[in-house]
Design a binder for this molecule. Structure first.
Ligand code: NAD
Ligand code: HSE
Ligand code: NA
Length: 459
């Protein structure tokens, strides 16, 4: 027998006899408007999935008179977020920032509401406060949208992989910077122009500094590391470097050496110098070989690899930013929280029993690609090689640019004849040894300039 399809206007099976689950929305910007759209257009299906209707009881905004997407019923708008959270079963926070978001979420929890947030900045700065409050009030705290937008990643790491032992999370978790680097690589755009495009498309945070300086990716890395390693990791524990120093020259050189530059978030379980296990979390631009799947991640897309002992390698890919994709993740959480309201049960509490120490950045092992301008005379390469050898850093490849290469990036006036460019790629070595090597190379008389130092990942 074929089931009758549920039309948007017909009552949802099994949902009509139960009281509605009251949903309050805090913030009605890029993500908030799309949350309203999904709640409205999918109302019947959502009710069927929850087992009770979802009723949007109010939308807290800063300015009730501001122009808005017509999907938002103006009668629901209020500037009194405090009062709104007190009359909801599920509170959705898509305001962003630390305050007033934290205060409003804590107030909602105090009133016994489940909370759903997309706010990675808050979770990475003060997640434990929210978890503790949610635990004390026995309510749900969900945040799938906070990491990698639409991509189901928080739930897989928090729930699906909780029977396994994760040892690495690596990927592209910021859509804005991926969009920017992609536009620089494919169309030769300047960084600032590409950032403006990303803002216009709704990918960038209100203040794009969070994206381009790597704070957004660092927050997501901290959240993922906390979940993956059952350890509290805050944004302050993340070794962070953004993309502001990446130039068109870097992007062109990456292509010449068979790479593309990506902003990566990397969280590793590793053994420290004392033999004890710890976690190391970093965000930085890196050269990724063109053959690696991350190199093919274009535009504002995100992709994350999770490596676990039993599961092996898993890859998560999709839209990491934008109003509708992010709203998809928010609504998934709303349905989970609402189901618990209707049928009982609770989502997972904070899990930080492992409490692994956060290891310093120098404990990481990585590879470097160093570009330097040197005097073009005999013996210089030997000097440079000797410095690497002294620091125990092994060379994988050295490339010297022929002066007459047609695709050569423009040579600056003071880099006239007599200057050669060396591109040295190392094998994996401790971060501390690599940093010391670069400092020593910089001090060599024959070295005019260390033009760029980029890590190489994914080879
Ligand atoms: N845009 C994305 O692609 C994306 C993706 C994932 C997660 N997020 C997260 O979602 C959240 C919202 O992002 P967004 O892109 O929608 O931002 P946005 O700036 O478009 O929207 C935020 C809205 O909140 C309003 N607001 C500010 N203070 C308020 C207050 N006190 N009360 C009520 N409203 C208030 C602002 O006026 C604005 O309209 C952030 O935490 C962000 O990090 C965004
Ligand atoms: N600004 C963020 C939004 C998603 O969190 C990004 O570009 O990825
Ligand atoms: Na997600």
């Amino acid at each position: 027998m074929t089931a009758e399809p549920v039309s948007p206007t017909s009552p949802a099976p099994g949902a009509t006899d139960r009281p509605a689950v009251r949903v309050a929305l805090l913030g009605c910007g890029v993500v908030g408007s799309e949350v309203v759209r999904l709640l409205t257009t999918q109302a019947s299906d959502l009710a069927a999935r929850v087992g009770a209707p979802l009723e949007l009881v109010g939308v807290a905004v800063r300015d009730v008179d501001a122009p808005r997407d017509p999907v938002v019923d103006r009668a629901l708008l209020t500037a009194d977020a405090e009062a709104l959270v007190a009359k909801a079963d599920v509170v959705v926070e898509v305001v962003g920032g630390i305050e007033p978001a934290r205060g409003l979420l804590l107030r909602a929890i105090e009133h016994g509401a489940a909370v759903v947030t997309a706010n990675k900045a808050l979770l990475a700065e003060d997640g434990p406060t929210l978890y503790q409050a949610a635990d004390a009030a026995a309510v749900d705290l969900y945040f799938e949208a906070a990491v990698a937008g639409a991509i189901p990643l928080v739930r897989p790491v928090r729930e699906s992989l909780t029977g396994d032992r994760v040892h690495r999370v690596l990927g592209i978790v910021n859509g804005t910077t991926n969009y920017v680097l992609d536009r620089m690589a494919t169309d030769g755009l300047e960084l600032a122009d590409a950032v403006a495009e990303a803002q216009a498309l709704g990918y960038a945070e209100a203040d794009p500094t969070a994206d381009v300086e790597g704070f957004d990716a660092a927050a997501k890395a901290a959240i993922l590391a906390s979940l993956a390693f059952h350890t509290r990791v805050s944004i302050d524990d993340v070794d962070r470097q953004g993309i502001m120093q990446i130039t068109a020259d870097d992007v062109a050189w990456a292509a010449r050496t068979g790479h593309v530059i990506k902003l990566l978030a990397i969280a590793d379980r590793r053994t420290g110098e004392d033999g004890a296990e710890g976690v190391q979390v970093r965000v930085h631009p890196a050269l990724v070989p063109l053959s690696h799947p991350l190199a093919g991640v274009r535009g504002a897309f995100n992709a994350v690899f999770v490596e676990a002992d039993a599961a092996g390698e898993l890859m998560f890919y999709g839209r990491g930013a934008g109003g509708a994709p992010t709203a998809s993740a928010v609504l998934g959480d709303v349905v989970s929280a609402a189901r618990h309201r209707v049928h009982g049960g609770r989502g997972p509490a904070e899990s930080w029993y492992a409490a692994l120490p956060v290891l310093p950045a120098e404990s990481a092992r990585t590879r470097y690609q160093v570009r330097l301008d040197v005097d073009d005379r005999p013996g210089v390469l030997a000097h440079v090689s000797a410095v690497l050898a002294e620091h125990g850093v092994s060379i994988e490849a050295v490339r010297q640019t022929p002066a007459d290469a047609p695709a050569e990036p423009a040579v600056e006036a003071d880099d006239a004849p007599g200057v050669a460019r060396l591109v040295i790629t190392t094998h994996e070595a401790p971060e501390a040894a690599l940093a010391a090597t670069v400092a020593a190379i910089r001090d060599l008389d024959a070295v005019r300039e260390v033009v760029s130092v980029l890590r190489v990942e994914g080879a």
